[in-house]
Design a protein around this ligand. Structure first.
Ligand code: ADP
Ligand code: ADP
Ligand code: MG
Length: 665
């Protein structure tokens, strides 16, 4: 076994690999860029090597520098994690040339599977079901249109070198096939430096279900069951689970057998994932094989009890797999939510900044958090926007989802926009609960974006009760630390001034409250409610019960009220003395400045292009500019028809958040 390995990655996956290495008694070497000098993955490693500038190309993608770091520190092997150099055969070769072990498959398997056209041919030859389509790269628009017509619409045009959901277009007609071909080629050239695009049938109501395989250097190949990853946005996974609620034992066995056959066909070694698209009749078709550890591997670990990183390290050291196919048992259910620094209330735009508050959900049974950050960490524009992966396990699917919903309520992140509310809304969604998934789930269920979950009246009442309990706690604290003496308001002459009013949007609720053991007893419009639990205003989270029902509510103090978040819903609630509330109704409301004439940069980033010029008339939906941040190109579109008065920024500019790009007349 190795004494020391280098981890050629950052963030949560670097920490996760180091955790296993440490448990195995292996010393770890971290590498880092300028931007990550103080990152957790660096601080926790036994040694750390600075390898270059913040841009990935200057550090985490720089093969020479990573290899040199391994050589200098005497690391015997390198784990690449996912992304960056993990599927780069030249990296594996460079390590091998230096006598360093690459913890992953052989270069032949990486190269064969790195190309979608080639891997599809290889899969078909190995007896794996592939998506019907044209066999090779399309020479041009005419051939694309002809191929699409032969396959039958809808059709998917796909970059052969693609990854991360890029370079893919769906076409329902000849015009769309031509347009889709052109844009897929452009995106493929820009993102991968390889413009080959092919066509295949677009599978309708598709589910993404993938098989985890592990193989050793002695010819043993085993599959560890499936993961369903159908909850996607823009072809990128957001929520994954294992097992899939859709598969029966026969389909699982058939998919497993094909995945194993493919792995054998390329002499696979290490952990890998064979991705399939599955139609509504449970026909399944090979999509691609990822020759690395997958982001969503923890759900497989939860249901199999295996540590995939340990398996990879042992296989790389030459050990045989310590289990056979018949030893693999799947137990219970696991769900993973990807917690992203992107704001679902603003069209899922990535968000950057410092995590001024970061508190993970309380560790409980069946809760695992794989995070790359802690309080005070920075989410920068240089890397992908994942903050953490929240994984829950339960005896069955319902329990795993319930635990996920509770854990999300208790996950407190402030300082950057994040998608916790959105994930909560998915967990609460009846269609998700029923397991009726497809890759169109998010687009179909949130067609106009996300504006907060709809909670039933019961949970709204519970949130209001928590608001009152917090208001009381805050008042108590103010009195203790403020040295103020409560004014004799409670004995106001007219006898009416001692009541409190809860204001929640348009709603007005009469409030009465008294202390009770471990909480308070309230009357909301005369209806009794019992709140039990700690309301520490400095913690900002309520964990307790309302009328005996357990719940967590996040509470932020904002001016004269509290902002509450629970179950994917957000409410701003004020509890005020009746007369103050009455006066508040007389206050003028300040109108926010009208910025609707401007296209503002929604985040710090790089202005890639501006698609309009001064004097142009634009239509709603028309592309105005492209801003790149966190590995994503974000296309800014006109919200309504108008005429461009002035362009305020040029392609290549670095933009600050809310910096004007285009001004309309
Ligand atoms: P990437 O390398 O970007 O991960 P994939 O081929 O794995 O590309 O496809 C990513 C996603 O795109 C899939 O999970 C699925 O949602 C969708 N997709 C890909 N091919 C098809 C297809 N033929 N029919 C329907 N959906 C598809
Ligand atoms: P102040 O200290 O500002 O003169 P109080 O101490 O009476 O006023 O209350 C401050 C805030 O605390 C109130 O505006 C209200 O939001 C909350 N509060 C205090 N007591 C109660 C109560 N019995 N029921 C509900 N809310 C209360
Ligand atoms: Mg894929």
């Amino acid at each position: 076994m190795f004494d020391k390995i280098l981890i050629a990655n950052r963030g949560e996956i670097a920490r996760r690999i180091a955790r296993t290495a440490r448990r195995m008694g292996i010393a770890t070497v971290a590498v880092h860029s300028d931007a990550d000098a103080g990152a957790l993955h660096v601080r926790e490693a036994d040694e750390a090597v600075h390898i270059g500038g913040a841009a990935s190309a200057d550090s985490y993608l720089a093969i020479d520098r990573v290899v040199e770091a391994a050589r200098r520190t005497g690391a015997q092997a390198v784990h690449p994690g996912y992304g960056f150099l993990s599927e780069n055969p030249r990296f594996a070769e460079a390590l091998e040339a230096g006598g360093i072990v690459f913890i992953g498959p052989g270069t032949r398997a990486i190269a064969a599977m790195g190309d979608k056209i080639e891997s599809k041919k290889l899969a078909a030859a190995a007896g794996v079901a592939t998506v019907p389509g044209a066999p090779g790269a399309l020479s041009g628009e005419d051939e694309a249109a002809a191929a699409a017509a032969a396959i039958g619409y809808p059709v998917m045009l796909k970059a052969s070198a693609g990854g991360g959901g890029k370079g893919m277009r769906i076409a329902h007609s000849e015009a769309e096939a031509r347009e889709g071909f052109r844009s897929a080629v452009n995106e493929a050239r820009a993102s991968f430096g390889d413009e080959r695009v092919f066509a295949e049938k677009y599978i309708e109501e598709p589910r993404h279900i993938e098989i985890q395989v592990v193989a050793d250097a002695h010819g043993n190949v085993v599959h560890l069951g499936e993961r369903e990853c159908s909850i996607q946005r823009r072809h990128q996974k957001v929520v994954e689970e294992a097992p899939s609620p859709f598969l029966d034992p026969e389909t699982r066995a058939a998919m497993g057998a094909q995945a194993v056959a493919l792995a054998r066909a390329v002499d696979y070694r290490s952990a890998g994932t064979v991705e399939f698209i599955v139609d509504r009749d449970r026909n399944f078709y090979f999509l691609e094989m990822n020759t690395r550890l997958q982001v969503e591997h923890p759900v497989t670990e939860c249901v199999t009890g295996l540590d995939l990183v340990e398996t990879m390290i042992r296989v790389a050291a030459g050990e045989p797999l310590p289990f056979a196919q018949e030893d693999v048992r799947l137990e219970g259910w696991a769900v993973e939510s990807r917690v992203y620094a992107e704001d679902p209330y603003r069209g899922f735009l990535p968000s950057t900044g410092r995590l001024v508050r970061y508190r993970e959900p309380p560790a409980g049974e069946g809760v695992r958090v794989d995070a790359g950050v802690g309080e005070g960490s920075e989410i920068s524009m240089f890397y992908d926007p994942m903050i953490a992966k929240l994984v829950t396990w339960g005896a069955d699917r319902e329990q795993a989802i319930d635990r996920m919903a509770a854990a999300l309520d208790g996950y407190r992140i402030r300082g950057v926009g994040h998608n916790i509310d959105f994930l909560s809304a998915v967990m609460a969604h009846p269609r998700f609960r029923e397991g009726r998934l497809s890759t169109g789930f998010i687009a179909e269920e949130f067609p106009s974006g996300f504006h907060g979950a709809d909670l039933g009246p019961e949970r709204v009442a519970a949130m209001r009760a928590v608001a009152v309990a917090f208001a009381r706690a805050r008042a108590g604290r103010d009195a203790r630390i403020g040295g103020r003496i409560a004014l004799p308001r409670r004995s106001a002459p007219d006898g009416a001034g001692n009541g409190f009013v809860l204001r929640d949007g348009e709603a007005r609720v009469r409030v009465a409250a008294e202390a009770a053991d471990g909480g308070c007893d309230l009357a909301l419009d005369g209806v009794p409610v019992a709140v039990r639990g700690a309301c520490d205003p400095s913690v900002g989270i309520f964990e307790g019960t309302v009328d005996g029902r357990a719940l967590a509510v996040q509470v932020d103090w904002e001016g004269t009220g509290h902002r509450l978040r629970h179950g994917g819903a957000e409410r701003f609630v004020r509890v005020l003395p009746e007369r103050v509330s009455a006066l508040l109704d007389l206050m003028p409301v300040k109108e926010p400045p009208d910025m609707s004439r401007f296209l503002l940069s929604p985040m710090p980033g790089l202005l890639v292009s501006v698609a309009v010029a001064e004097g142009d008339a634009v239509e709603a939906g028309q592309e105005l500019a492209v801003v790149e941040a966190m590995k994503m190109e974000n296309v800014m579109r006109a919200e309504r028809d108008g005429v461009v008065a002035k362009i305020h920024a040029a392609a290549g500019d670095s933009l600050a958040v809310d910096q004007p790009i285009v001004e309309f007349a």
